[in-house]
Write a protein that binds this ligand. Structure first.
Ligand SMILES: NC(=O)c1ccc[n+]([C@@H]2O[C@H](COP(=O)([O-])OP(=O)(O)OC[C@H]3O[C@@H](n4cnc5c(N)ncnc54)[C@H](O)[C@@H]3O)[C@@H](O)[C@H]2O)c1
Length: 448
């Protein structure tokens, strides 16, 4: 496999884009495409979920994948993408890929969560349109920076919570907006499936040989260094670890809470409190509940809206809290909105259902067609239409989700959130978790 060669001086400039004292300050530009021009897209993190991200975007006849990047050169990752896009520029280092990137209009970021912000912020500051996987970032501070940087760059953005564009979720949002269940008093959301990653209690001893195809130091990126251990982190199992992810809530919150946010037009929570076992040193807990209080909106019944999140195998809301008929089994994951005129169950992902069933027996649900979450981003980059999960929306949603993860790391404390001041005002240990320390040599210029 041939990699592009970039002179050392230019490479150092690219490192400066990612971070470091001499970071580029110039904002890039986004090209206005002519009617027959194709959007030139770079995909970073091309295996795993990245595969469906770039292939879905490339389904548009108006898109060309011009650059691909992955730290894993093997046949399931960069190798496979190189076969699919033989003419695409390729690299194992996203900094090199984005350096001198006048040939790229838009960037897809599908790496593990800890690298979303460093890569996406660099792309935004270069004036690229960005599609970034969920959760938008690894920390609350990063989510704020991404929203601000996207607004400043004036580019088209979309978070990869593609289920938002599913007809079932869109239908659920419309039911609430149409007032079918009245104003909403309370919400319960849950993910009661087993963790979908290898369960570990602590960091395993020793080191395994780094596979010849894997650039382990680049995989670690901004995260604290550690020896490579087979299957423990890469691929997929990084989800278990606080340094790379935000656990079950971080993994699913931006999906499951998304229709609730949209339906009720929620913004920032006022308080957050978790009940959870104290966390093992480095991994995420296996069971938690988080109670948020949101300021009420025109769609909620009171001046505040309580929303409770439940995660862990078999952990669903208590039956008495949700008031569903005897014998009714809740889906493995989803949300239940308790309204003044009835309740709405939003399974993750299936058609929404109204309760009490007798009351709504004759109510014909008007279904809303699906959108294409990927192609709508590519089209919007070309000036056609808008995205629905732009960073303007996805930033605050991610902030709320990650505040829940902070609460899980400081259980039993009611955290008071000052959204405007980007501060948890009453628990210094929780406030410190809004940000993180970046590995030496990888410090981003936008961190302070
Ligand atoms: N929207 C969804 O339904 C959905 C589903 C699964 C995963 N995801 C998200 O997608 C992202 C990736 O998750 P995954 O399960 O595919 O993880 P994964 O570990 O299976 O795959 C990540 C891919 O990125 C590559 N990679 C890792 N670090 C990189 C770097 N610094 N530069 C370039 N490439 C790098 C890996 O080699 C691999 O090809 C995560 O943010 C995750 O939350 C979203």
């Amino acid at each position: 496999m041939s990699h592009e060669r970039i002179p050392r001086r230019r490479f150092l400039k690219s490192v400066a884009i990612a971070g470091g004292a001499g970071a580029l300050t110039a904002h890039g530009w986004s090209r206005v495409l002519g009617a027959n021009e194709r959007l030139r897209v770079a995909s970073i993190g091309v295996g795993g979920k990245g595969w469906s991200d770039h292939t879905s975007v490339a389904d548009s006849p108006h898109v060309e994948i011009v650059a691909i990047c992955d730290v894993e050169e093997g046949p399931e990752n960069l190798g496979k993408a190189a076969e699919r896009y033989p003419h695409a520029r390729r690299s194992t280092d996203w900094r090199r890929l984005l350096d001198g990137s006048g040939d790229i209009d838009a960037v897809i970021v599908s790496t593990p969560d800890h690298m979303h912000a460093p890569i996406a912020m660099t792309a935004l500051r270069l004036g690229k349109h960005v599609f970034c996987q969920k959760p938008l970032t690894h920390t609350v501070f990063e989510a704020r920076q991404m929203r601000l940087a996207a607004a400043k760059a004036g580019v088209v953005t979309q978070m990869g919570n593609q289920i938002q564009s599913h007809g079932a979720y869109r239908t659920a949002v419309k039911l609430v907006h149409d007032g079918v269940i009245g104003k909403v008093k309370e919400v319960h959301s849950w993910q009661s499936g087993p963790m979908r990653w290898m369960l570990v209690d602590d960091r395993p001893a020793g080191a395994d040989p780094i596979p010849a195809t894997l650039h382990w130091d680049d995989w670690l990126g901004v995260a604290p260094s550690r020896p490579y251990k087979e299957k423990i982190y890469h691929p997929h199992n990084w989800r278990a670890w606080q340094d790379f992810s935000n656990g079950q809530l971080g993994d699913f919150g931006c999906h499951i809470l998304d229709p609730v946010f949209l339906a009720l037009r929620l913004t920032a929570p006022a308080t957050i409190r978790a009940e959870a076992e104290p966390l093992p040193r480095e991994v995420w807990t296996r069971r938690a509940s988080v109670r948020y209080e949101f300021p009420g909106t025109e769609l909620t019944a009171g001046t505040t809206l309580p929303l409770t999140w439940y995660d862990g195998a078999g952990h669903v809301p208590p039956r008495e809290a949700v008031g569903l008929p005897e014998g009714h089994r809740l889906p493995v994951s989803g949300s239940l909105l308790l309204g003044e005129k009835g309740s709405l169950l939003i399974p993750h992902v299936a058609a929404p259902r109204l309760f009490p069933e007798e009351k709504f027996a004759d109510h014909e649900i008007e279904t809303v067609p699906a959108r294409d979450h990927y192609i709508s981003w590519a089209d919007a980059c070309r000036g056609e239409g808008r995205t629905t999960s732009s960073f303007d929306y996805a930033g605050p949603l991610t902030e709320a989700v990650l505040l829940g993860s902070i609460a899980i790391r400081t259980p039993g404390e009611t955290l008071r959130w000052d959204q405007a001041g980007l501060k948890i005002t009453n628990v210094p240990a929780a406030d410190a978790l809004l940000r993180k320390t970046y590995r030496e040599g990888w410090e981003p210029s936008w961190q302070s």
